[in-house]
Design a protein around this ligand. Structure first.
Ligand code: FPP
Length: 241
């Protein structure tokens, strides 16, 4: 699979900003929470499709540090969807060899949700198939602040000299430590911005924007994004050989 992935230049890591659940629901005269519920079903399908296509890592933006400002009922509905996901996905992850990691500041989540996340992460830690990262209470700047605090604490303890801080040590202090940077970042539903998502990790990431709302996102759309990625020339600031 790895050889085939390289030959066809399948992105190793795909990150997705799943936007448009609310607009999708509104268009159908449904409550916004129905859009999120359909969005959660699409997440499960796309995880399978990604695995099938040879994508090794998939990261999805489920809840940002800014999403707390939404109406309490919507926040509660989103948290309940995540709660259900953490509780029901263990069996599927075991079967599909998926390794789950939640990125973001988990300390602000309800304790029962933190406990289910910890259990799911622990139980799937040795799975060496698809790496599935779910961003919850995640903000790229917040992640960098927490990383800076970790590095400063190590410096204060005397275990790290300031001059030793490098791009690698910053990467290693982020929630995504050990996970390769995303090759392709997809944002659905028309907005052309990255909204504080993986700002350090996406320095050389290729972006793909689509008008499709997340609840309508399909494997065919994922394949179109990958094809667009395959047509790009990645130079990392250098020249093409
Ligand atoms: C953006 O749509 C989407 C979100 C803020 C939440 C994403 C969450 C899910 C898809 C469900 C849970 C995920 C998992 C991993 C089970 P929006 O509400 O901002 O839509 P709008 O811009 O049209 O209002």
């Amino acid at each position: 699979m790895e050889q085939e992935r390289q030959e066809r230049q399948i992105p190793r890591h795909v990150a997705i900003i799943m936007d448009g659940n609310g607009r999708w629901a509104k268009k159908r005269g449904l409550p916004r929470t129905m859009g999120h519920a359909q969005g959660a079903r699409v997440v499960e399908q796309i995880l399978e499709d990604a695995k099938d296509m040879g994508i090794r890592y998939l990261t999805v933006y489920a809840f940002s540090t800014e999403n707390w400002s939404r109406p309490a009922a919507e926040v509660k509905a989103l948290m309940n969807l995540l709660r259900t996901y953490m509780k029901t996905s263990l069996a599927k992850c075991a079967k599909n060899n998926v390794c789950i990691r939640v990125i973001g500041d988990k300390s602000k989540l309800d304790e029962d949700l933190q406990a289910s996340i910890a259990e799911l992460e622990k139980e799937t830690a040795d799975n060496d198939g698809t790496g599935f990262q779910i961003a919850i209470n995640y903000g790229g700047r917040d992640e960098l602040v927490r990383a800076a605090r970790r590095l400063a604490a190590a410096a204060a303890e005397g275990t790290l000299r300031p001059g030793e801080i490098s791009e690698q040590s910053i990467s290693d202090a982020l929630d995504t430590a050990g996970i390769p940077d995303p090759d392709l970042l997809i944002r659905t539903c028309g907005e052309l911005r990255i909204s504080n998502f993986m700002i350090w990790q996406s320095a050389y990431t290729e972006y793909y924007f689509t008008e499709t709302a997340w609840p309508d996102f399909t494997r065919a759309e994922l394949e179109r994004a990958v094809e667009a990625y395959q047509r790009r020339e990645r130079r990392y600031g250098g020249l093409v050989q």
